[in-house]
Design a protein around this ligand. Structure first.
Ligand SMILES: NC(=O)c1ccc[n+]([C@@H]2O[C@H](COP(=O)([O-])OP(=O)(O)OC[C@H]3O[C@@H](n4cnc5c(N)ncnc54)[C@H](O)[C@@H]3O)[C@@H](O)[C@H]2O)c1
Length: 421
C-alpha cells in the first residue's frame, strides 16, 4: 500500500451504517482505506462513488474515492496497518447473541493477519467477546494477541440521522488488550476523533456501550409505561414530559413512542442479559424494559382500531395510512421498526394499508410502495409513526379525516379528530 498522508493505512470489515461512515472519515483524514464487505453490491456501489447510507452523501464518498479501496477479498487486508471490524451482531431466533458474522470475519482475517497489525472490534457485543472469542480466532494465524499483533475494542456511538454530533465530535471510548494495544488504537482514533477516552480493559469498553444502550432502553420503557397510564387518566403525556424537562438537573427527557427499532436498542441489551446468566446474575431492568417496549406496537395497533371504532368503522376494510415506516427520523432503516409490526398486526385484521415514507420506497413484504403524501391523506385514518424532517405536519393535520399521533408532534396544537399516544 502506498505511503499515506497520515503514514497509517486502515482496513474496515463491514461497510454498513457503522463501517461506511468510518471508512470515509478515515479516508478524509488522509489514510488509505481498504473497505471490505462480503456483500459485492456494496463494493460495486463504492467503486461507482455511490453511497447507500443516508449520512454519507455520494459527493462526500466520491471526494475520497481515490483513497478508498473497496473489495470483497480479505487478502487485501494484509497490506494495511490497522483493521477495524464493524460487522453485525444480531440475535438468533432464541434471542441469544449470534456471533456468526464476527466469527466468520475473524476466521477470514486470521488467514491474512500480519505481524505488527492492529485489530479493533467496533461491533456492539457482551463483555469478554474480544478477549474470549476474537483473540483465539485471530491467533489461529500463529500470531499472538498483545505480543505479535495488537488488539483493541472501541464501541461505535454513531447515531444515524443525527447531525449535531458526528464521529469527529463524539468522544471515542477505547480499551486495549495491553497498554501498547490501547496506545496504538487511541493514536489511530485521534486522527478522526477530537476526543479519545482510554479505559483500562477491553471489557470496560465493551460494557460501556451496552450500558449506554440499556440506559436508553430502560428510560424509553419507563416513559412508555407512563404514556399508557396517562392515556387512561386522560393526561397529555407529552406536556408532562416537556414540563419535567424544564428541571435543570436530575431529569433527562425521553419521549414515548410506538416501540424501539433498529439494529441496536431492541438487540444489544440482550447481549448482556445472556452473558449475565453465566454469572448467575439477573438483569431484571433489561428484561422488563424489553417487555414494555415490545408491547408498544400492540398497544398502538389497538389505539388505531379504537380511533376507527369511534367512527363506527372496523379495521377490516378500512383504509389505514402510515406516515413514516423506518424506525427513526431521517433514515430508511426498517430493521425491527415498530411501524412494520403495527402494519403487520393491522394487515392481519384485514386493513387496507398504504404508507408514505420518502426514505423507504418499497415494503416488499407487504407488496406496497411509498405513495405521495397527498394520495394517502384521504385514508379513513392516518397514523404518524415516524416523523421525517420533510413531513408537513400542518398539512397532515389539515387534510387527514382522522389522525393518530404516536410521536407527539400535534401536542399543544388545537386539533379536532386527533388521537394521541
Ligand atoms: N447502526 C447503528 O446505528 C449502530 C450504532 C452503533 C453500533 N452499531 C453496531 O455496529 C455493528 C455494525 O452495525 P451496522 O448497523 O453497521 O450493520 P450493517 O448491517 O448496516 O452493516 C454490516 C455490514 O457487514 C457486512 N458483513 C457481514 N458479515 C461480514 C463478513 N463476515 N465479512 C465482511 N463483511 C460482512 C454486511 O454485508 C454489512 O454490509 C453492530 O454490532 C451494531 O450493533 C450500530
Amino acid at each position: 500500500m502506498e505511503q499515506t498522508a497520515t503514514g497509517v493505512s486502515v482496513g474496515i470489515i463491514g461497510l454498513g451504517y457503522v463501517g461506511l461512515p468510518l471508512a470515509v472519515e478515515f479516508a478524509e483524514a488522509g489514510h488509505q482505506v481498504v473497505a471490505l464487505d462480503a456483500d459485492a453490491s456494496k463494493v460495486t456501489a463504492i467503486e461507482a462513488g455511490r453511497s447507500y447510507i443516508e449520512d454519507i452523501p455520494s459527493e462526500r464518498l466520491a471526494a475520497v474515492r481515490e483513497r478508498l479501496h473497496p473489495t470483497t477479498r480479505y487478502a487485501a487486508l494484509a497490506q494495511v496497518d490497522a483493521i477495524v471490524i464493524a460487522v453485525p451482531t444480531p440475535l438468533n431466533e432464541n434471542r441469544e447473541p449470534d456471533l456468526q458474522p464476527l466469527v466468520s470475519a475473524g476466521a477470514a482475517l486470521a488467514g491474512v493477519l500480519q505481524e505488527g497489525q492492529l485489530v479493533v472490534l467496533e461491533s456492539t457485543t457482551y463483555p469478554g467477546t474480544t478477549r474470549e472469542r476474537l483473540a483465539p480466532l485471530l491467533e489461529e494465524s500463529g500470531l499472538v494477541a498483545g505480543r505479535t499483533f495488537n488488539l483493541a475494542f472501541s464501541p461505535e456511538r454513531i447515531d444515524p440521522g443525527r447531525t449535531d454530533f458526528t464521529l469527529r465530535t463524539t468522544p471515542k471510548v477505547v480499551g486495549g488488550l495491553t497498554p501498547e494495544c490501547l496506545e496504538r488504537a487511541s493514536a489511530l482514533y485521534r486522527t478522526v476523533c477530537d476526543t479519545v477516552v482510554p479505559v483500562t480493559t477491553l471489557e470496560v469498553a465493551e460494557l460501556t456501550k451496552l450500558l449506554e444502550n440499556i440506559f436508553r432502553s430502560v428510560n424509553i420503557a419507563l416513559v412508555n409505561e407512563i404514556a399508557m397510564l396517562c392515556d387512561r387518566m386522560k393526561i397529555d403525556v407529552w406536556e408532562v414530559v416537556d414540563a419535567a424537562a424544564t428541571k435543570p438537573y436530575g431529569f433527562m427527557s425521553f419521549k414515548p413512542g410506538p416501540g424501539m427499532g433498529g439494529h441496536c436498542l431492541p438487540v444489544d441489551p440482550f447481549y448482556l442479559s445472556w452473558k449475565a446468566r453465566e454469572y448467575d446474575s439477573k438483569t431484571a431492568f433489561i428484561e422488563l424494559a424489553g417487555e414494555v417496549n415490545a408491547e408498544m406496537p400492540y398497544y398502538c395497533a389497538e389505539k388505531i382500531a379504537g380511533a376507527l371504532n369511534e367512527d363506527s368503522k372496523a379495521v377490516r376494510g378500512s383504509r389505514i395510512a402510515i406516515l413514516g415506516v423506518s424506525y427513526k427520523a431521517g433514515v430508511g432503516d426498517v430493521r425491527e421498526s415498530p411501524a412494520i409490526k403495527i402494519m403487520q398486526l393491522l394487515a392481519d385484521r384485514g386493513a387496507d394499508l398504504s404508507y408514505h415514507d420518502p426514505y423507504v420506497p418499497e415494503l416488499a413484504g407487504f407488496g406496497l410502495r411509498s405513495q405521495p403524501l397527498e394520495d394517502v391523506l384521504d385514508a379513513d385514518v392516518v397514523a404518524i409513526l415516524t416523523v421525517h424532517p420533510e413531513f408537513d405536519i400542518d398539512r397532515v393535520m389539515g387534510e387527514s379525516k382522522l389522525l393518530v399521533d404516536f410521536r407527539g408532534v400535534t401536542s399543544g396544537r388545537a386539533a379536532e379528530r386527533v388521537v394521541r399516544l
